[in-house]
Design a binder for this molecule. Sequence first.
Ligand SMILES: [Zn+2]
Length: 504
Amino acid sequence: MSLAVVHSRARTGVRAPGVRVEVHLAGGLPAMSIVGLPEAAVREAKDRVRAAIQCAQFEFPARRITVNLAPADLPKDGGRYDLAIALGILAASGQLPVDALAEWEFLGELALTGELRDVDGTLAAALAMAGNGRRLLVPPGNGAEAALARDVEVRTARTLLEVCAALEGRKTLPEPQPLPCHAANTPDLADVRGQAHARRALEIAAAGAHHLLLVGPPGSGKTLLASRLGGILPEPTDAEALEAASIAAASRRGLDLLHWRQRPFRAPHHTASAVAMVGGGADPRPGEISLAHHGVLFLDELPEWSRHALEVLREPLESGSVSISRAAHHCDFPARFQLVAAMNPCPCGWAGDPSGRCLCSADAIRRYRARISGPLLERIDLHVEVPRLPPTALRTDDAPGEASAIVRARVVAARARQLARDGIANALLDHTRTNVSCRLAPRDTALLERAVDALQLSARSLHRILRVARTIADLAGSDAIETPHLTEAIGYRKLERGRERAAA
Ligand SMILES: [Zn+2]
């Protein structure tokens, strides 16, 4: 047999498309050519593979060797295919049984000594293999990550020799185990005293996966509240946690294997660029919005953000994903995040405070708020004022707030109602389903129309009010949306009203 086929996987963004490594041996002058990789990567792969085969005491065939990596539009990084190429050469030259290769996929860079070196994207590869019946072989350092995908049998090997011994049935390779996942160490809502209105909004946001804007003076507890959202959200499903983990694994920092089961909480600084937010680069990496997938994206000091960095959020806020196009690649990254934004009410931060210390002009306040575009504001379901508390409410002998565990139980019950009814959280309902699941009594329809008129809201805002009202009804355990649920939901669009007045 002078032809061998070995299975491997590429990494493009968070995907791991399958790659066929075809090795053909022919007569003629000894030479090796690799098709499907750029020049520099080919040269390096050739040298490593030749040295590794020789170090392992195999014979490097003195024939014309052609290696084809299919499909041809592959990422530049050639190292991850080294092991597959070496095995293909050994099988095509009769030094390894060809049949044994069919039930495996291989990932790993070869050192000149024949040792396997770690590569990236092994979790994505393992997830992509679900149901194809093959086993995955990875270097030892990638074992714990790949093993998170429980549907696929993963094995590790330290050297090319070990892999060959296993393929010949002379050795059993170890099966890596995922590391024990540490419990979430999220701060508790009990630390937040007072702020009943904002706590209520946080609970509604958690129950229906709604976006939330907190408006209040410095030190009123906006960041404190936002950081507690993760602790009252329902546990992610296995599929959600794995999806988020494979995105983290594709980032430059990599995956935190001890905390991968937690919902992400990302809080980028307001100086972050648009690329840092949505991702990019020559070898596209996920940005903050993708790293917050199935978790929370917290944007503090919202008016301080560059207009561009905020505008690029609009499309992902609707679609739940972001497309990045570069010369060589096109990548789609998932970005289904829950947005929590915070801002001061005015440039000095004290507008509306009873102390009267705000001296900002109406014009300055209007300009400040206009830095957040209407379309972005419109996409945030809940706008909540977080006032500074009078000193008595901050005294430590006051009763602590309700604990996260208690609030979370209500959130989980309300979310379960949504999943039973629509299969998704209320915030994700499309227009058609909103009209079905958020039906109002006739007098409430009239009430909503009057409110939309008075606040000059768009059709988009109207649908968002309906979905928030649905969540409030779900928290109350009510099948129908009642008038108080609707009026409470309308009350969370206050900032838009303020905006219209300021603009008038
Ligand atoms: Zn002010």
